[in-house]
Design a protein around this ligand. Structure first.
Ligand SMILES: [Zn+2]
Length: 334
């Protein structure tokens, strides 16, 4: 018996086990999560939210015979889905009015201030919050407005059933994920007045919430007829403050690393806009938005034709995957 040989054999075995286990520990878990986002789930949710049973999602419209207005019905459905995945949904109450419509104004921009006697509706921001195990005070916030245009009968599929569905799908995929940092989801209302993301951002600021990254998700996959004809899968990440640029760069990096296939670009906004703008205005310069094109070139933007049948669900899925990859990257950073 050659002890030297035996020792070196067992030594090699132990070393191999160490290597295997450490490479297992370092194995990138992100691709496995990206695979779980499916076209069929997204398509189902987008049709549910902008055709049947909910043709619109606005406080000033109820489906005939339904006790709740279509925005409250949207909230109830989202809440039910999230509870199925064991999330606790927090409601933040706000007051909002429907815009009025001025057809003399430029196409896509026919909204106008509500008349002085317009009723106020009680509407809600919906939050679900995963608490991080390592850095619970560092919060990654995902936002999407869930309402459809209040001043016209538009299903608002790109604007913004797609973002609503994308966040829901990400929440589903992360149900059992134990995050290192806190990951919050916020569904708000931006097609009524005032935007309820203003309430959300103001409250975050007053509580001193340490929001380290904020991703708004609005009209993902929405693009020009030319881009559609060319089969391009586009995404633009807009940032307002210089500190937002790193999140735009991160979107580009994960798109490359995970071979997602988006035609990804970024731009700096001239001034705060959309729901990310509400957070920028409250002092959170880390807020960015993912949108299908900028300037937004969807031909049916804010029109009755913004319907689910014309949505590029593959583009929506790719953007949702890139967003999820970016969130997991930030969450797992040392
Ligand atoms: Zn809009």
């Amino acid at each position: 018996m050659n002890w030297k040989k035996i020792c070196s054999f067992y030594g090699a075995v132990i070393w191999a086990l160490v290597l295997v286990s450490s490479s297992a520990a370092e194995k990138d878990i992100i691709p496995g999560f990206l695979e779980k986002i499916t076209d069929s789930n997204l398509s189902h949710d987008v049709f549910y939210l902008s055709k049947d049973p909910l043709p619109f999602r606005k406080a000033n419209y109820a489906v005939a015979g339904h006790p709740l207005n279509s925005l409250d019905e949207t909230d109830a459905w989202l809440e039910g889905q999230l509870q199925n995945w064991n999330y606790k949904v927090e409601r933040e109450a706000c007051e909002a009015q429907a815009f009025s419509c001025d057809f003399k104004k430029k196409r896509h921009h026919t909204y106008a201030p509500p008349p002085t006697n317009a009723p106020f509706y009680k509407v809600h921001n919906l939050y679900v919050k995963k608490t991080g195990r390592r850095c619970p005070k560092e919060i990654i916030l995902l936002i999407a407005h869930k309402d459809s245009p209040s001043w016209i009968d538009s299903p608002g599929t790109y604007d913004n059933a797609v973002g609503t569905a994308a966040l829901l799908e990400i929440a589903r995929v992360l149900e059992k994920y134990q995050s290192e940092r806190s990951i919050w989801f916020l569904w708000c209302n931006e097609e009524h007045r005032p935007w309820t993301s203003i309430t959300a951002a103001t409250n975050c600021h007053q509580r001193g919430d340490n929001l380290i990254a904020i991703f708004n998700t609005d009209a993902i996959g929405g693009k020009s007829d030319e881009d559609i004809a060319a089969g391009r899968k586009t995404n633009v990440t807009l940032y307002t403050m210089p500190e937002g640029k790193r999140f735009a760069d991160l979107m580009a990096e994960v798109n490359e690393t995970y071979k997602i296939g988006l035609v990804q670009s970024s731009q700096q906004r001239k001034r705060p806009g959309d729901d990310d703008g509400s957070f920028v205005n409250s002092g959170y310069g880390c807020a960015v938005v993912n949108i299908g094109s900028y300037p937004f070139t969807d031909a049916a933007y804010h029109e009755a034709g913004d319907k689910p049948e014309r949505v590029d669900i593959v583009n929506v899925r790719m953007t949702a995957q890139a967003l999820l990859a970016a969130v997991l990257r930030l969450d797992r950073a040392p």
